[in-house]
Design a protein around this ligand. Structure first.
Ligand SMILES: [Zn+2]
Length: 119
């Protein structure tokens, strides 16, 4: 049995419920017979003029990339910014750089991604 979601939603912040989200991702993975996989997530920046990543967003990306269960070398983060009548997406791809003796904490490499629709 999956317990109830304990995430905290506020207008300008969101605290993840990692255990609940991981259970949902695992459940969907099994239900789809291992064809649906987690590649990233999305959230909104209300009343913002861009989808620039916040410090919290970057920490979240680092957490996902460091997660054994996510098994991702690269992840996506979609930020919808604007107002409730007009949202625009900014999409980011992130991965961890190489560690070295000078850079023991792997750098977070982030680049913008274009969304292309194929019909
Ligand atoms: Zn954000």
């Amino acid at each position: 049995m999956v317990r109830a979601l304990r995430a905290i939603h506020k207008r300008y912040s969101y605290k993840h419920d990692h255990a609940w989200e991981a259970a949902r991702v695992a459940s969907e993975y099994e239900r789809s017979e291992r064809t649906h996989v987690y590649i990233g997530d999305w959230h909104t920046h209300p009343n913002a003029s861009s989808g620039r990543l916040s410090g919290t967003d970057k920490r979240s990306l680092r957490t996902v990339l460091g997660s054994q269960e996510a098994r991702l070398r690269r992840t996506l983060m979609v930020v919808l910014f604007g107002t409730s009548t007009e949202w625009q997406p900014d999409i980011w791809a992130a991965e961890l750089g190489r560690a070295s003796i000078w850079n023991w904490r792997r750098s977070l490499l982030i680049e913008p991604v274009l969304l292309r629709r194929y019909t």
